[in-house]
Design a protein around this ligand. Structure first.
Ligand SMILES: [Zn+2]
Ligand SMILES: [Zn+2]
Length: 862
């Protein structure tokens, strides 16, 4: 064995193994009959930066994947890339100084694909550097025809089953992104706006209507009051005139109107909010769409046409103020819906869009078949299910996305949905191979809308389990790891799609991780200057230290604060492990001819207990618990106690006793490297390879040894560490010999290791020691004597010191101490002295240490 360096060089070790590892040992075996463990890894958006939140999530996944492999599972830890979407389109426009409409559709798509491929390559480098055991034979990229043909086929299958339809329907619309978005993509933010009281004229007398959206005045299609509203119900069934635009709308009755809000009269517009949509449907009201797809006023807004929404609002308010139509203005706190990507307030527009039907009851039922970790996260899904006012809008008005495989007949307008065997295709580039089934025409117009990217990613689990692939499909997967921020999107849509397409739950378990917070406790962001890149941490302390932060930073589900001190202490632990290995490597020898003593058996019992505990924690995804148990065994039990106890045997003459210590060290090192392998794969590999020449990542997870508790060995360890403390409290060198140690206990202890590690003769005696305590020294208290006796204090103290300590102790116990100053006797209170005692055993002075199950006497005199 070559010389082992004193300092652990993480950089050299980690980079060596990244270059040397054979990644094919992580490949899933489609032909294996071993139990499968398929992980539905989140496909990250290829921004080019594998950020710390990803890194935390991937650490969890890697802990599980490596653990399960060692437990004998046929593990798939695939890696996907969720490519499509607006951020890449925007980036491409920025890089090339173009807008998407300046170049042909396919050229724009090609630029997006190029950028995405470059970004994926960068992120792969970071993932390898962090030591993740991805199965790169199961990598998928959603922008490739192999993947999006599955997205398209899923669309066709659901269309054929009647689960997808196209309809004119109000949808959430982001005017900045110029696309429809789903409810799950709407965020709400509290804002203060103004409530304006507008005067509408009526033959029964003018009425005031309060609204925060006067720019929608031209979209007003009715006015509503509560049927039991004393003040306003007389208007029901009449018509009122809309100010500025001067047309009449009906006054209707509806129980939902809150008579206490504003004046109790509301204006129904198409559409100010979701409630407007409900009223519009229930009362069969007409449509007056005043906002277009770019967020400008339409012709229906009359002279305001062409203005942006905010310009129109200002102009209308100015006009109404000058005409005296606004009677009152007051502040109003409101929740405003925003586009989750660009934070622009959304509008509700009526558009012809594609929708996926949502069956809430089925989602709730399927969710109950899934084990949620932590379980309270399921509430987020259940709370979300059923809150949507309409189905999942899946069409988007973008370019870089999966094309919707549909054409429309130009003569009869019937849609023609592609057959599965025609896919993949882009209807903008390819026409249908058949004529219109309805009218026989060959003149088609392509669907230019594309699919919501969640349509791609919500079949990730079907893709990795082999749906529509060459192998027998293996759904459901065993695990979905994901962040809690995408429960209402990714988790929800995946459950919906798996049930719709293959009729089963997508996974057995879902493991939800929290977000990473900066050291200041806030969500990490570049603008808050609390942003840390994984590469920075790895450069300073290595991947194994970074991964320890992920393990101990918090339990899965809770938000985890990034703390340098966790990484630094991770680095320290690596050095500790390294020093332990460096010391024990020459002594780690497997032997069949050994005689384990009480200390060896105790260590093996502790090891076995730890293996059992760690295995249980890993099964519950309690990585923090598991790692702490390994660390405390390695550090406190093995390095600080066991190795200290057996050193004299290791350096002693060869024989079964020495070989037992060597063998125990081998067993502990072997188990420790295996247990550390999921958490710190680099150092574990370095140690295992130099011990046995084999990869720890091909090793099995250690089994508990099934040993009985070893109270004798445990007591020997307690005595040895008590003696160590005793020496260090007295400033003695730890190897300095003591005159003698007697251990009184009812257990039968072997003394060799105790004697060797304390450097002192050790005798073990049965039962309790025969102890007597006697007063050894009188220590007068100046604090008590000084103030009472002033200048006589000196004489009193001198006298006290000369008296028989036993006599002084007897008087103190009786309540007063008499001191003869030569003629005069003074009385002192008991607290005027402190009596130091000494302990004697068989007439010899000793120090006594009481432990649970034993009394230890240390001879202090001859
Ligand atoms: Zn937007
Ligand atoms: Zn036709």
């Amino acid at each position: 064995m070559s010389e082992i360096s004193k300092e652990y060089d993480f950089k050299q070790v980690e980079e060596k193994w990244i270059g040397a590892w054979d990644e094919s040992i992580y490949y899933f075996d489609w032909n294996s009959s071993a139990p499968q463990y398929i992980i539905d890894t989140p496909p990250p958006y290829p921004t080019g930066n594998f950020h710390i939140g990803n890194a935390l999530n991937w650490c969890y996944i890697d802990f599980v994947a490596r653990y399960k492999r060692m437990r004998g599972y046929n593990v798939m830890f695939p890696q996907g890339w969720d490519c499509h979407g607006l951020p890449t389109e925007v980036k491409v426009e920025e890089i090339h100084g173009i807008t998407k409409n300046m170049v042909p559709r396919e050229e724009f798509r090609r630029l997006c694909e190029e950028l995405t491929a470059r970004n994926i390559a960068k992120m792969r480098v970071t993932m390898r550097r962090l030591g993740f055991s991805n199965d790169w034979s199961n990598e998928y990229v959603t922008m490739t025809p192999e993947y999006y043909s599955k997205t398209q086929r899923s669309f066709v299958q659901m269309y054929d089953k009647g689960m997808i339809y196209r309809e004119d329907h109000p949808v959430n619309w982001c005017p900045r992104c110029g696309t429809a978005i789903a409810f799950a993509e709407v965020e709400y933010d509290a804002r203060t706006t103004t409530l304006n009281y507008l005067q509408f004229s009526s033959p029964l007398g003018d009425i005031l209507i309060a609204t925060s959206r006067p720019e929608l005045l031209a979209a007003c299609v009715a006015v509503a009051v509560h049927p039991e509203d004393e003040d306003n119900r007389k208007y029901i069934g009449t018509e009122v005139a809309v100010p500025v635009f001067d047309y009449n709308v009906p006054v209707i009755a509806d129980e939902v109107v809150d008579p206490a809000f504003g004046t109790g009269v509301v204006m129904i517009c198409t559409f100010g909010d979701k409630q407007d949509v409900r009223w519009w449907v229930e009362h069969h009201l007409p449509l007056r769409q005043v906002i277009d797809r770019e967020g400008r006023m339409t012709e229906a807004a009359g002279k305001f046409a062409g203005m942006k929404i905010s310009e129109c609002k200002d102009a209308i308010i100015d006009e109404m103020r000058s005409k005296g139509i606004i009677k009152k203005e007051e502040p109003l706190d409101q929740n405003v819906g925003l586009c989750w990507r660009c934070k622009t307030p959304i509008e509700i527009l009526s558009e012809r869009q594609w929708f996926v039907k949502i069956n809430s009851a089925e989602i709730v039922e399927t969710s109950s078949e899934i084990r949620w970790v932590p379980d309270h996260m399921e509430t987020r899904l259940l709370n979300w299910t059923g809150t949507m006012d309409w189905d999942w809008c899946i069409s988007r008005q973008r370019i870089f996305a999966t094309p919707i495989p549909v054409w429309y007949c130009k003569s009869c307008a019937e849609p023609l949905v592609a057959k599965e065997e025609w896919l993949p295709l882009d209807p903008n580039l390819t026409g249908p191979p058949i004529s219109c089934p309805a009218c026989g025409s060959d003149d088609f117009e392509p669907e230019t809308d594309v699919l919501d990217t969640w349509m791609d990613s919500s079949i990730s689990v079907l893709n990795v389990t082999g749906w529509l692939g060459p192998h027998k499909p293996r759904y459901p997967a065993q695990l979905r790891p994901q962040g809690h921020d995408i429960i209402r999107t990714w988790a929800f849509y995946t459950i919906l799609r798996a049930k719709a397409l293959v009729g089963t739950r997508p996974w057995d378990s879902i493991l939800v991780n929290g977000m990473v917070l900066g050291e200041d406790g806030h969500k990490m962001s570049k603008s808050l200057n609390n942003f840390i890149a994984p590469e920075e941490v790895v450069a300073k302390y290595g991947a194994d230290a970074f991964r320890q932060w992920a393990a101990v930073g918090g339990s899965p589900g809770s938000d985890v604060m990034f703390r340098w001190k966790d990484v630094i202490s991770g680095g320290r632990f690596l050095q500790k492990i390294w020093s332990m290995y460096r010391f024990s490597a020459p002594h780690a020898v497997r032997s069949d001819d050994s005689a384990p003593n009480q200390v060896d058996r105790w260590l093996l019992f502790e090891l076995s207990q730890m293996i059992e505990a760690v295995t249980g924690s890993m099964d519950r995804f309690a990585f923090d618990e598991a790692f702490r148990a390994i660390r405390s065994f390695a550090w406190e039990i093995f390095a600080d106690n066991y190795i200290e106890l057996v050193k004299s045997r290791l350096y002693g003459p060869d024989g079964p006793e020495k070989r037992a210590a060597q063998s125990t060290i081998y067993a502990a090192l072997e188990a420790l490297t295996a247990l550390l392998a999921p958490f710190t794969p680099f150092i574990a590999e370095e140690i295992k390879q130099s011990l046995s020449g084999e990869s720890v990542h091909a090793a099995s997870w250690p089994e508990p040894l099934g040993l009985e508790a070893q109270p004798q060995g445990l007591l020997i360890k307690e005595v040895a560490s008590a003696v160590r403390r005793y020496k260090s409290d007295r400033g003695m060198a730890l190897n300095s010999p003591l005159a003698g140690i007697e251990v009184y206990t009812y257990l039968v202890l072997e003394t060799a290791d105790l004697s060797g590690s304390t450097g002192s003769p050790v005798a073990v005696k049965r039962g309790q020691p025969d102890i007597e305590t006697r007063a050894a020294e009188v220590k007068p208290s100046m604090k008590v004597i000084g103030p009472a006796f002033k200048e006589r204090s000196g004489g009193i103290i001198g006298k006290l010191k000369g008296m028989d300590p036993e006599e002084v102790a007897r008087m103190a116990k009786a309540g007063r101490i008499e001191v003869d100053l030569g003629g005069e006797v003074v009385e002192l209170p008991p607290n005027a002295v402190e009596i130091a005692t000494e302990t004697l055993s068989s007439g010899r002075a000793v120090d006594m240490i009481s432990l649970e199950g034993a009394t230890v006497l240390i001879r202090t005199g001859p």
